[in-house]
Design a protein around this ligand. Sequence first.
Ligand SMILES: Nc1nc2c(c(=O)[nH]1)N[C@H]1C(S)=C(S)[C@@H](COP(=O)(O)O)O[C@H]1N2
Ligand SMILES: [Mo]
Length: 324
Amino acid sequence: MTFFHIPKLWQLPESSVTPEHVFLKRRRFLQTLLGVGLASASLTELGCQSQSNAKDPFAGIKPLTSRPNRAFTVSDRPLTNERLAATYNNFYEFGGSKSTWQNAQALPIDNWKVNVTGLVKQPRTYDLDDLLKRFPLEERIYRFRCVEAWAMVVPWLGFPMNALLREVEPTASAKFVRFTSYFDPQVTPGPSFPPARFLPFPYFEGLRIEEMANDLAFFAVGIYGHTLPKQHGAPIRAVLPWKYGFKGAKSIVKIEFVAQQPDTFWNTIRPGEYKFEANVDPKVSHPRWTQERERLIANGADFNWVEIPTLKYNGYESYIAHLY
Ligand SMILES: Nc1nc2c(c(=O)[nH]1)N[C@H]1C(S)=C(S)[C@@H](COP(=O)(O)O)O[C@H]1N2
Ligand SMILES: [Mo]
């Protein structure tokens, strides 16, 4: 019997991990942020961020074993520092700033259930253990691009969405899928402005069935070798690396197969911005900023934003170009 150690993808030499000390320069990073002027909603709360470190961004995580899927790795930019990725998030259920990780610790993830319903032959409710037992976990390093033009590179653990499709068998009339995130006004207060009652919670997103069946479409249940910290959308979230980050609904409780293109959270709030498809495209500007470049949330030795060009479909053109 051979017993050998399979290194995690992100431990391989080609993944240059950002040194920890970079995190300590966060204050300067925040100043840089203020300098480039992000949305005012973020600005108001960013100021408080560096003061409270009382909570642990990794509270409650557990190790997860997985098979590294080396078909999906990233060599054109460094892996993002884990702590940075875990403390710079969008999760509007828990606030409108990037420091929602502290509030997100209130998310109750025990006895999580995911209801798969709608136009499927095998509708069912999975609990998280069912999912982990049924679908072998793999690790994939993906680029990640937020519509706000920040970007990261992280190792997700999870399983391809097409594995779930095979099991639940959408009917011929299922043309789209709709994801719904956890929402409980007692637990998820929403941003301070606009008040949550003006936002169409629970968060919802969608895909065409062919997009969901594509190799890249992924359900993540972990990151960096362990379960998802709550702020990343524990215990299960969607990851669609060729689309803007907002398409990847966090903390999914419902997966519904439907005949018509579903509405989406952000499109309902701001119909004039991105359409349903929301593929990363440097040539299609946001109404208020260019998408030609992006800023990595870490850059190795020194913590300034690193600006790099944005790639068509975030560099995944060969996988999904035939869909558009
Ligand atoms: N339920 C829910 N899912 C969400 C969001 C959110 O506010 N609520 N934000 C989206 C946006 S805009 C981005 S960029 C990513 C951020 O993922 P991360 O915080 O794990 O980096 O989550 C997406 N999924
Ligand atoms: Mo985003």
